[in-house]
Design a protein around this ligand. Structure first.
Ligand code: FE2
Length: 418
């Protein structure tokens, strides 16, 4: 046999059909199939949606830039000489090289390391070495148009210091995309005050990106998985709480109000509750009220790639970057406000120990997502059961529910047409 002859392609795995209108069961093949992943990149991340890319305070001056991602596509966020924000595809028009390798910086132009094609801060191609050749030899064709070979530019929306981008020219306004209810929660944290970045962490989680979305839309697990949240009353299902969605079901918030570390009837069902556990340093918690209303936790998931975290006084953007069907990066940006007194900054940083790759709370989630993927991956034709709290997709005033997951999948199926 000729060594170049490819083996016949394996027949596609038999798939459990996903019953029309059923949002309380999810087949496991959607977490692992390559064709689903490719369709998500095209329809969701490159579709008519606003993807979070950066905070304005990360690029305060002309020439400032930040590397970011829209879905799995690398982009560069720049502030041009005119002060406006640009979001550009991070790939040279010549041969596709990822131009910008630095996380943050300031530049007058971007020069491709491979053949030194050069672009300005708006992505315009401004220079090609040996464009006219040398002593009559070579060079680009005379009709080569610099203007037609810039870096693709994305649509940009900026609201109260937060930058979003879209590959789709037909994307609705950011305000319409969020809807009034979700915009209200967004403006609760982003009220127009200038923001100040306090730090970053990054992690690769070996699970499909949707498991991360589900995790933050799932208050049911918070009282069961997280020793820290339950024991110290930071998020518990016996406390005042709510789960709300926008009209489409794609965005959601989980709201909770901190209670005390006291045993009661409900804590008997929470194995993670430890009545006798004490913190050696109680200043780790001690939230200080700073937002209107009595909620101490508001976790907002914004379709398709952002989690806005307000847990006590730790504020963070968690940006999701899919890395194939079976992994995603979670990019954390911890922030406060530019006018925070030093004590508040210190409080935010102390409480940030709950979050991130090694956070007292978040590490439980990363681990459980990894073992979820390990469990479901070999069983593509089995289905998840998402029936806690009913089979509907309407707002709830308690957290013993998976309603926000059902709402997410109602929208997901519509967009994906599966
Ligand atoms: Fe969690």
């Amino acid at each position: 046999m000729d060594g170049n002859t490819a083996a016949p392609a394996a027949a596609p795995a038999a798939r459990t059909p996903w019953k029309a209108g059923d949002f309380s069961h999810v087949p496991y093949w959607i977490y692992r199939d390559q064709d689903i992943y490719a369709r998500e990149q095209a329809r969701i991340f490159a579709g008519p949606n606003w993807n979070y890319v950066a905070l304005e305070s990360e690029v305060p001056n002309p020439g400032d830039f930040k590397r970011s991602f829209v879905g799995d596509k690398p982009v560069i966020v720049t502030r041009g000489a005119d002060g406006a924000i640009n979001v550009l595809a991070n790939r040279c028009a010549h041969r596709g090289v990822q131009l910008c390798q630095e996380h943050l910086g300031n530049a007058k132009e971007f020069v491709c390391p491979y053949h030194q094609w050069t672009y300005d801060l708006q992505g315009k191609l401004i220079g090609i070495p040996f464009r006219r050749g040398h002593k009559g030899n070579g060079g680009m064709p005379g009709d080569f148009d610099l203007g037609a070979n810039g870096l693709p530019k994305l649509e940009v929306a900026v609201r109260h210091g937060v930058i979003f981008a879209s590959f789709d020219r037909a994307v609705p306004s950011f305000e319409d995309f969020l809807g009034a209810k979700m915009l209200g929660y967004f403006d609760r944290v982003f009220d127009g005050r200038p923001l100040k970045v306090l730090g970053y962490s990054r992690q690769r989680i070996p699970s499909n990106w949707k498991l991360m979305m589900e995790n933050i839309k799932d208050p049911y697990h918070a009282s069961l998985l997280h020793v820290f949240l339950v024991t110290f009353g930071l998020f518990r299902m016996d406390q005042k709480s709510a789960v709300q969605m926008d009209d489409t079901g794609r965005h959601a918030v989980l709201v909770n109000r901190k209670g005390e570390q006291a045993a009661n009837e409900a804590t008997q069902e929470m194995r993670a509750f430890k009545a006798d556990m004490k913190l050696a340093d109680p200043t780790l918690l001690q939230p200080q009220r700073e937002f209107p209303g009595d909620a101490t936790v508001v976790m907002q998931t914004l379709w398709p790639n952002l989690i806005v975290q307000q847990q006590s006084n730790t504020l963070a953007m968690r940006q999701m970057v899919p890395r194939g069907p079976e992994a995603h990066d979670l990019l954390w940006t911890f922030f406060g406000y530019a006018d925070d007194p030093p004590e508040m900054t210190e409080r935010r940083l102390r409480q940030a120990n709950l979050m991130g790759p090694a956070g007292f709370v978040s590490m439980d989630d990363s681990e459980v997502m990894m073992i979820s993927q390990q469990g479901l991956d070999p069983y593509p034709d089995a289905t998840a059961v998402i029936e806690m709290g009913g089979r509907d997709t309407v707002d709830a005033d308690h957290t013993i529910t998976e309603v926000a997951l059902r709402a997410f999948y109602a929208h997901y199926r519509q967009v994906m047409e599966i």
